[in-house]
Every structure is written in structure tokens, then in C-alpha cells.
Design a binder for this molecule. Structure first.
Ligand code: CS2
Length: 494
């Protein structure tokens, strides 16, 4: 075994003899992209595309500076400091092969929580062309049912009173955009990379509403000058495990405190409207299109919803991973039936895409035995995910008279999971959700009021007033409460 080398800039040459490393210099990089929310997904997706671009051509104005706006981000901040912002991406192939590569496109990282000033100054700097976001579905501060901005958030109230002391992404964006306007600099593009339909339009609306309340003149300037491309992002990125860190050290001789693992598949479809220039990402496979809407809807309603469907049913059954779920024939059949009978009919035709092929490839991606994407990652923050991935499909099928039974069982399973917090074998489950307490309280009342869970209108909208849905849901939830053997109920549906 080779003695593991510490991942840092100084060791890169030696590391390169073990695994691929950046072919480009990094010291003179400008941070043309400031990215808020540097989770595994960003490191497997945007940062990887940029790394490929830099490997193939001169692109020194397009380095990334990561920004952390949550206390929890300080862990990555500290690790990045010891690794010169380098990290390893481990692409996991279905045949068991792992392709590790050191990524160098992130050249700096700042915490906005300790001192907002350097972050505002960087975002307001002439070199910054794009501010991109991966702040998760729940991070956009809007009410999922009404679609309106949530002014009740205390951080939002704070930054309305103290624009110089921002806390949320909205406070930082307005503070920096104000400086740019006052300095006569062009606005940056705000690029959302989250799984939300019309993600760019949504941020435009939210930022516009916030800015209007903070500074109406600035709001006008933002409306005229800032662009918000919609984008569809895709790459399955499981949570990094200790085993991944050990494999890297033992098999490849590299000490990296926080590598990222992902599947081989990658896709990014973006609207080509950038107010202040963009990197030529088409050279590395990014698709620029005039309207990303149909791609977004397809991906959210098939891939993300498909994940939630088997994730929530799988967690109750006791399957640990998504690949374990789809190796189970009943789960694979159920998933395909949901995709074919409930999700596909509302998608219509998507020019240039064969939906049958797309679904086949989804099933293959989910089945990748090397990826071991945990159902707990998929079930985490379901309260932010289901209102975007699954509930709209039920609503649309209720309007058209389409099938809703597969999705309804999933909602009932979600209720049982939120209430009992154990799987069908009685093993405890850790529920990770910002609305954990509220979900539990609502679900707990199911035995006396079977509809209690779906009375949460901020999640389920008007489903509670639809008789067809409430009847089916009541039957489903009563069955699960009587007998938690989830496969039995799934079988009955097919
Ligand atoms: C997943 C997504 O979190 C989830 O529920 O569906 O993270 C999914 O893996 C990515 O969107 C794939 O692009």
C-alpha cells in the first residue's frame, strides 16, 4: 500500500501519478462565479463541469468562490482550508469501478455567518459575473401552496431592518446588487441550481418581492438588469460515507477529509440568458435552450418523484438504499406503474425526448449497485420535496380524471412514517425534516381523524377538499395503520 498523501496544492504533482488532478493552474483564477450552498451536489455538478472546461481550455476568469450561509457549512470551510479547496470526486460505475478525480475549480470559500462584509464585497466585485445557488428546495423562503414570499421569517425581518447585516440569500443578493448599481457595475446573473420547477422565475419573484419591501428603487433596477435563467440540474449524489474516505486512502493513497461520490450520469439544461457573460459550458456538454420548462417538469415529476415514491415506501419496508428498492421486483414494478400511469400522462410531448427511453434509463440509474444512495437521504426534507415533486401530479390527475392510487399510498406511507418513526419491523427511523415536529403532531392524530395529516394546507393545498382523493387516502392510511406490511398494500395496487 502506498503511504497516503494529504490532498493539497503542494502535493498535486505527486497525487497526479495516482489519480487524475487539475491540469490547470489555480493561483491566478478570478472568481467569476460565487456559489451559495456548496453541498455534495454542487461539487459533483457545476464545479465538475467547470473543472472539465478548465482542463480543456483557458478559463481563468471562471473560478468559483463557495459561500456558506449556515453554521453547518463551517465544517467544509475548515476542511477546504487545509486542502486548498481541492476535493476528490468519486464517480461510481454500476460494474463496481470507481473513477476518482481531484477537482480544482473551487478556489476560495467564505462563511457569510461570521462576517457578511467580505461576502458582500466579493459579490459586488467587478470580477463576479454569476451568483449561483444550491440552497435546496426548502431554502427559497416561500409558501409552497400560495407561492408567496414568507415575510414571517425572523431573518428576513432582520435584514429588512438592517440591510447591511444580511442573513439569507435574499439579504446578500440585495446588499451586493445595491453596491454594484451604485458603483455603475453591471448586474450579475442569479442562477438557481435547485430542483424546483421554473427555479429562475421563482427566485426572480422572491427576490423582487423582498427587494420591493427593502428598497423599491433597487427593486426596479434588479427587475431591469438581473437575469434569472431557469435550469434543470441532474446527477445523483449520495451522502459521503466513512467507507468512501477509507477507499480513497487505502486504494488510491489519498487523504481527503470530504470527497464526494456520484453516479456517471450528468445533465444540465439551462436557458441562455446571462446578464454579464457566462463560461462556454456548451464545450463540456451543458445544453443551452430557449425554454427549459418541459425538461424541468420531466425530471422533477419522474426522477425526483420516483425517488420519493420508492424512498418512502422503501424506508417503511426496511430497504436501506434506492438500489435495494429497485432490486426488489415489486418495488420496480410499482415505480414503473407510477411513472407510466400517473406521472407520464401529465407531461405531454417533450420535443427531442423519448420518455420511454428516459424512464428506462432512470430505472437503470436507480439500480446502480455501486451507488448505495440511502433512502434516508431521499426521505430527508420530504416536506420541501413532495409539494414540488409529487403533490402537483396528484392535483393534475384529479383535474383530468387520471390515476392517483400509486401516489396516494405514498402520502399515506409518509403519514405513518412521520407518526410512528419506525419501519415495519419496529426499527427506529431518524426523521430529518425542518417540519419534523409539525408533521409528527399532525400524523399522530390519524387514528382519531384519518385526514389529520393532509389537513396541513401549506403542504397539500386543496387536496383535503377533493372527495376522490380523501376517500382513497382514508382507505390507504387505514390499511397501513392496521398492517404496516407495506408490500402487501403495494401488491394490491398493481
Ligand atoms: C433526490 C435528488 O433529494 C432527492 O430527493 O431525488 O437529490 C436527486 O438525486 C437529484 O435531483 C438527481 O439529480
Amino acid at each position: 500500500m502506498k503511504t497516503p498523501l494529504q490532498l493539497n496544492q503542494e502535493n498535486l504533482q505527486e497525487i497526479e501519478s495516482r489519480i487524475p488532478a487539475p491540469k490547470y493552474g489555480r493561483s491566478s483564477d478570478k472568481t467569476g462565479i460565487v456559489h451559495i450552498g456548496v453541498g455534495g451536489f454542487h461539487r459533483a455538478h457545476l464545479a465538475y463541469y467547470l473543472h472539465q472546461l478548465k482542463n480543456s481550455s483557458e478559463a481563468s476568469e471562471w473560478g468559483i468562490c463557495g459561500i456558506g450561509l449556515r453554521e453547518a457549512d463551517s465544517k467544509l470551510h475548515d476542511i477546504f482550508n487545509t486542502q486548498d479547496h481541492l476535493y476528490t470526486l468519486m464517480v461510481k460505475h454500476p460494474d463496481g469501478n470507481i473513477e476518482p478525480e481531484v477537482i480544482g475549480s473551487i478556489v476560495d470559500f467564505k462563511m457569510g455567518t461570521t462576517d457578511p462584509e467580505p461576502v458582500i464585497a466579493l459579490m459586488a466585485h467587478a470580477d463576479t459575473k454569476i451568483v449561483s445557488l444550491t440552497i435546496t428546495e426548502g431554502g427559497y423562503n416561500f409558501n409552497p401552496t400560495t407561492g408567496e414570499f414568507n415575510f414571517d421569517n425572523p431573518d428576513i425581518q432582520h435584514e429588512l431592518q438592517h440591510p447591511e447585516d444580511p442573513k439569507t440569500v435574499y439579504g446578500f443578493l440585495t446588499a451586493a446588487l445595491k453596491r454594484r448599481r451604485d458603483a455603475g457595475l453591471p448586474a450579475f446573473t442569479v442562477l438557481s441550481c435547485d430542483n424546483i420547477e421554473h427555479n429562475g422565475d421563482m427566485v426572480r419573484k422572491m427576490l423582487g418581492t423582498f427587494a420591493e419591501a427593502q428598497d423599491p428603487d433597487l427593486a426596479k433596477w434588479i427587475a431591469q438588469e438581473v437575469t434569472f435563467p431557469n435550469s434543470m440540474v441532474d446527477r445523483i449524489t449520495p451522502v459521503t460515507t466513512k467507507a468512501d474516505i477509507e477507499i480513497l486512502a487505502q486504494d488510491y493513497g489519498l487523504n481527503d477529509a470530504w470527497p464526494v461520490t456520484c453516479e456517471p450520469f450528468i445533465q444540465w439544461v439551462v436557458e441562455d440568458k446571462f446578464s454579464n457573460g457566462r463560461p462556454p459550458l456548451e464545450k463540456v456538454g451543458v445544453q443551452f435552450v430557449p425554454d427549459v420548462g418541459p425538461y424541468e417538469k420531466m425530471k422533477l415529476r419522474l426522477l425526483n418523484a420516483g425517488h420519493s415514491v420508492i424512498g418512502l415506501l422503501g424506508v417503511l419496508h426496511g430497504h436501506p438504499t434506492i438500489n435495494a428498492c429497485v432490486e426488489d421486483e415489486l418495488f420496480a414494478t410499482y415505480l414503473r406503474a407510477f411513472l407510466d400511469q400517473e406521472a407520464t400522462p401529465i407531461l405531454g410531448n417533450i420535443i427531442g425526448i423519448d420518455l420511454e427511453d428516459y424512464k428506462d434509463s432512470l430505472l437503470e440509474r436507480f439500480a446502480n449497485p455501486n451507488i448505495k444512495d440511502s433512502v434516508s437521504r431521499i426521505c430527508a426534507e420530504s416536506s420541501a420535496k413532495l409539494p414540488k415533486f409529487l403533490i402537483p401530479t396528484i392535483q393534475e390527475n384529479l383535474t383530468t380524471g387520471g390515476s392517483i392510487k400509486f401516489a396516494t399510498l405514498v402520502i399515506a406511507a409518509w403519514c405513518y412514517y412521520s407518526d410512528k418513526q419506525v419501519n415495519q419491523n419496529g426499527q427506529p427511523l431518524e426523521i430529518i425534516d425542518a417540519m419534523h415536529g409539525q408533521l409528527h403532531q399532525a400524523a399522530k392524530q390519524t387514528t382519531t381523524d384519518p385526514l389529520a395529516f393532509i389537513r396541513q394546507e401549506s403542504l397539500f393545498g386543496n387536496l383535503i377538499r377533493n372527495e376522490r382523493f380523501t376517500k382513497l387516502y382514508t382507505e390507504a392510511v387505514q390499511k397501513i395503520y392496521k398492517d404496516a406490511n407495506i408490500k402487501k398494500h403495494m401488491r394490491e395496487m398493481i
